[in-house]
Design a protein around this ligand. Structure first.
Ligand code: SAM
Length: 373
């Protein structure tokens, strides 16, 4: 457990889910910069957008902030870190990314997101809740803040400038321009699947929100149709295209859509409901397969993420694959699509003792492992 030292106190913080031999901290130089900039100068109603693991929420809990996030893992880490520091969980009002704001804010702290569309959607929804004197401070690592990021603040909020970089972190200061017309969010976006009448609904933080991913396209050709299937899982469902087509191919099976993004789960629900299919369906917000019981699925379909927030790597994919072993019934299948270079076949072989390549093109492979016990 590591200690964040700030003008608001010292806090022991961890990232959830916990990992053995964790090497990454639960905060970064951008959180530190933001907290040192505020020092103790915090008053009125505070909003924290996209706190990553709860560092900002813990530090500012005494000011009873609202914390808004699209991520189940961020909300979970925040709850755990508040508890670990003996902070009353009620002191932070956690709302998800699709919950409308009900109060106006005096101070808004924005952790800049990797997906610019999410930031755009958040700022557009936030704008009616800013007052002429509201301080809006964005924070991120230098590599996360681009000209396009500043242009978003400028276009949606008003005059914007950045601070000098400190430990490779930067702050963005934006002031409300009340003369700007209110904007309507362009999200969710919708598009039709090529050669099909299925409409895909995509909230702002959804993978491939403007067109189908080429890996997913290959994957869709390898969804099995098997009357023996009872329970199928779309793991990391995004807009729900994979699970919806699996449900269509297997009208006798239930489909379970899982994702850690609130917007992904809402998108999958909207896509599925618009499809007119009648399979029993569940929509579960959570980490990997945490929401599924052991031995409860016959087929898990997964196009795993290659990053979690700003962290790049195959750790989440590995967690998804190993949890699949727990959740599959004997004889059940895990089917995945991934970039060739990621070497997922080695991991699957190690976990399941078997792996079969169902398809491949220049960039992607579709692999299948069967649960033998
Ligand atoms: N299945 C969709 C498709 O093919 O278009 C989306 C695939 S996208 C590559 C990976 C998905 O995994 C994203 O929707 C992301 O939000 C989700 N994800 C990332 N980390 C996760 C986690 N820990 N638990 C569950 N889902 C996660």
């Amino acid at each position: 457990m590591q200690m964040l030292e700030s003008a608001f106190g010292n806090f022991q913080l961890r990232r959830f889910p916990l990992r053995r031999r964790e090497t990454l901290r639960a905060w970064d130089a951008a959180d530190e910069y933001l907290l040192s900039e505020l020092a103790e100068d915090v008053a009125g109603q505070v909003l924290i957008l996209n706190d990553r693991f709860g560092a900002l929420s813990c530090a500012l809990a005494a000011h009873r902030p609202v914390m808004q996030s699209d991520s189940y893992l961020s909300a979970w880490s925040t709850r755990e870190n508040l508890a670990a520091n003996a902070i009353d969980p009620q002191s932070v009002t956690a709302i998800d990314s699709l919950t409308p704001h009900v109060v106006d804010y005096d101070l808004v702290l924005v952790r800049v997101t990797k997906t610019l569309a999410l930031l755009e959607d958040e700022l557009i929804r936030l704008r009616p809740h800013l007052k002429p004197g509201t301080r809006v401070i964005g924070a991120g690592m230098v590599k996360q803040i681009h000209r396009s990021t500043l242009e978003l603040f400028e276009r949606i909020i008003g005059p914007t400038h950045t601070s000098l970089a400190r430990k490779k972190a930067r702050l963005i200061h934006a002031t409300l321009d009340p003369s700007k017309p209110a904007l309507i969010s362009p999200y969710p976006m919708r598009y039709r699947l090529e050669g099909d009448d299925l409409e895909l609904v995509n909230h702002a933080n959804v993978f491939s929100r403007e067109r189908l991913d080429i890996g997913t396209r290959l994957f869709l050709q390898h969804i099995p149709a098997d009357p023996g299937l009872r329970d199928m899982v779309d793991l990391g469902c995004g807009n729900g295209v994979v699970g919806t087509l699996a449900a269509r191919a297997n009208p006798g099976a239930s489909i379970h859509f899982l994702d850690e993004s609130v917007m992904a789960v809402a998108s999958a629900r909207a896509t599925y409901q618009g499809s007119g299919l009648a399979n029993p369906a569940r929509f579960i917000l959570g980490d990997a397969l945490g929401g599924m019981e052991a031995g409860s699925a016959d087929l898990i379909l997964c196009n795993p993420p290659f990053h979690q927030g700003q962290v790049v790597g195959d750790e989440v994919a590995w967690r998804m694959f190993s949890q699949s072993r727990r959740v599959l019934r004997p004889g059940g299948e895990l089917r995945i699509v991934g970039n060739r270079h990621l070497g997922y076949h080695i991991k699957l072989k190690r976990l399941f003792g078997n792996v079969e390549q169902l398809a491949a093109n220049r960039k992607f492979v579709v692999l299948m492992s069967r649960c033998q016990t």
